[in-house]
Design a protein around this ligand. Structure first.
Ligand SMILES: Nc1ncnc2c1ncn2[C@@H]1O[C@H](COP(=O)(O)OP(=O)(O)O)[C@@H](O)[C@H]1O
Ligand SMILES: [Mg+2]
Length: 338
């Protein structure tokens, strides 16, 4: 197994469910019984179309879902032996931006427009090393800015966020996240808002930093190509459920869940010649229209009555490769492989 160390995985999410209370009578289920692990130095990709519960899952780790309306009816989020769903706000404050950092799709939302990049990055250092001398902190910040390949770190230090392009700002966010030397870095679609060339550069940079620092990463994206480039293992989500999980190469070569198969079929391969790709019919339902049983049943060509009843047990496809689909039962032991 690649996802465990001697002391077990760095992060173990067990059976996580997340609800939102909309009004007195309405509770919506955003995430359902999701379990996964992230090992030391490992990158777990979370893949799924928009609205499948990827962000809500990640925000649960740092308790960033709106406190007033979010309910965690079941589950555990074990990080370094502590259940993050049950620690005090003070303990969570210590973990946030320190042991666990998060990078979002819109870097501007995580930066304060009133302070220079330098001031905000210095803050990130102080969080990690409260007593550090100012000159030393400045050195670390300049080094971090240089490490994300921004020319003239001195100049950027005194720049305000609004003066930077999206790509530059996202690099600064990566520098800020890495300055805290987190054990776990959560990246929620960090390159989705960037154009393709800049996206490729930022991904390469993240891979380099990962190699150097051995940071564990959760990388969320709806883009299969990005998962392929970044993730050791992948968890595919649909309708708030985990539908498939395994080593990236294994899942992409032998997808077992009809949703994963559909995502792969609709993704252009490198030798794509412009022919029309098949798409999965329909769209991701909103929480209030979520189908019962397997949430994918109303878009799935293999669905039977059973699929609208309950969500299936996960079945082992091969070592460290799971999928939850009733159709796998009928396909017997080789799960449709030839
Ligand atoms: N705070 C919230 N209150 C109510 N519904 C929410 C909230 N946050 C997300 N949702 C809903 O939960 C579902 C999953 O959202 P999200 O995790 O953001 O999807 P994605 O996979 O695109 O990241 C969506 O239907 C979204 O509208
Ligand atoms: Mg999201």
């Amino acid at each position: 197994m690649t996802n465990t160390t001697d002391n077990g995985p760095l992060l173990e999410v067990r059976n996580l469910s997340v609800d939102f209370r909309i009004d007195r009578k309405t509770i919506l289920h955003a995430v359902r019984e999701v379990s996964f692990t992230v090992g030391s130095g490992e990158t777990l990709g979370i893949l799924g179309e928009s609205g499948c519960g990827k962000s809500v899952t990640c925000m649960s780790i740092l308790q960033l879902n709106p406190a007033r309306t979010t309910i965690y009816p079941a589950g555990e989020i074990l990080f370094e032996g502590k259940d993050l769903l049950r620690i005090s706000p003070k303990e969570m404050q210590h973990i946030r931006g320190n042991r666990v950092s998060m990078i979002f799709q819109e870097p501007m939302t995580a930066m304060n427009p009133l302070y220079t990049i330098g001031t905000q990055l210095m803050e990130a250092v102080r969080l990690h090393r409260p007593g550090i001398a100012k000159a030393e902190a400045r050195e670390l910040v300049l080094e971090a800015i240089a490490s994300v390949r921004i020319p003239n770190p001195d100049r950027i230090f005194d720049t305000y966020p609004f003066a930077l392009s999206g790509g530059m700002l996202q690099r600064c966010m990566i520098a800020m996240a890495m300055l805290a030397r987190p054990k776990l870095l959560i990246c929620d679609e960090p390159t989705t808002a960037l154009d393709v060339t800049i996206q490729a550069q930022v991904l390469e940079l993240m891979n380099e930093l990962k190699e150097k620092e051995k940071t564990s990463i959760i990388f969320v994206t709806h883009d299969l190509g990005v998962i392929n480039e970044m993730a050791d293992r992948v968890m595919v989500m649909y309708g708030g459920r985990k539908c498939e999980e395994g080593e990236t190469a294994e899942v992409f070569l032998h997808p077992a869940h009809p949703y994963t198969k559909g995502l792969i079929a609709s993704h252009p391969s490198p030798d794509y010649t412009g022919r029309r790709l098949p798409t999965i019919p329909g769209g991701v339902p909103s929480l209030k229209d979520m189908p019962k049983g397997c949430p994918f049943n109303n878009r799935c060509s293999l669905a039977t009555e059973k699929c609208a009843g309950t969500f299936p047990e996960y079945r082992e496809i091969s070592e460290d490769h799971l999928a939850g689909c009733f159709a796998l039962e009928q396909q017997g032991e080789n799960h449709g492989r030839v």
